[in-house]
Design a protein around this ligand. Structure first.
Ligand SMILES: [Zn+2]
Ligand SMILES: [Zn+2]
Length: 255
């Protein structure tokens, strides 16, 4: 199994420690053919993407050569309508739109749901389990409203019905991520994996590296895959199986 893509990377624009050029040099040295830069998005606390930074990052990516670098964003789902904390213009311009749950989101961001963010983010496992159906509906709404490419670390901190979301992803051509940092620790992911697989959904690998030493490193994903019968033609970023992502340029926010 050769990992030749990494579709989840952070730079100094958010909470990563490296520049685009450093990540690219590292990816090239490790033999990767494609990467996606997916910095944390607009409402993330402290370090996050902005319109100005997105513009500057675009120029940095355009200056690179030798491997395909996608400019993406790791967008936060922030309210009951499934809204993302990304200006519509950036949804249209992001080459990879990754969506997911994060708890360190500014609560002054509009729209945003305190129940969704605070209970999932900071309350007990028991309290979070009670939001299972509520969370699932929110994720489904996001997938309905936005031209998402990837659902990141599904189930991490935010309990959801993996299978319903995977079904929706399969229908809408959205990748479910194998996230190196969370794949072995997300409650229920392994247990539900046969049913997730049965939906026909495609998978994609992401290291979630915040430093160059983690770029393209997939020890946990390798372990997960080697213990299961996953058809590798369903896993993107492995053995020359490289993805394509949606053209979002015509997308309109209907809400
Ligand atoms: Zn994340
Ligand atoms: Zn991330």
């Amino acid at each position: 199994m050769v990992f030749d893509g990494d579709f989840h990377l952070h730079t100094k624009v958010s909470d990563g420690h490296s520049s685009v050029a450093e990540l690219v040099a590292c990816a090239r040295a490790r033999g990767l053919k494609q990467i996606a830069i997916t910095d944390h998005s607009f409402s993330s606390l402290i370090c996050h993407q902005t319109l100005e930074k997105f513009e500057a990052q675009r120029a940095e990516i355009d200056a690179e050569s030798g491997l395909r670098v996608y400019q993406g964003i790791e967008a936060n789902i922030v309210d009951e309508a499934g809204s993302l904390d990304v200006p519509d213009e950036i949804v249209r311009r992001a080459e990879v739109l990754t969506v997911g749950f994060h708890r360190f989101v500014a609560l002054m961001f509009k729209p945003c749901s305190r129940k969704f963010l605070l209970v999932n983010g900071f309350m007990s496992e028991r309290a979070r389990r009670k939001l299972y159906d509520y969370n699932t509906e929110i994720f489904l709404r996001t997938l309905e409203r936005y031209p998402a490419d990837i659902v990141a670390h599904i189930g991490h901190r935010c309990p959801v019905d993996f299978v319903r979301i995977a079904e929706e992803c399969a229908k809408r051509d959205v990748f479910v991520e194998f996230n190196e940092k969370h794949i072995l620790s997300t409650a229920g992911f392994a247990e539900n994996f046969d049913d997730i697989l049965a939906t026909g959904v495609k998978f994609i690998v992401g290291s979630d590296a915040h430093r160059t030493d983690r770029v393209g490193k997939f020890d946990n994903v390798r372990k997960f895959l080697s213990e299961r019968n996953v058809p590798l033609d369903r896993v993107y970023g492995v053995d020359g199986n490289l993805p394509s992502f949606k053209d979002k340029s015509e997308w309109k926010n209907e809400l």
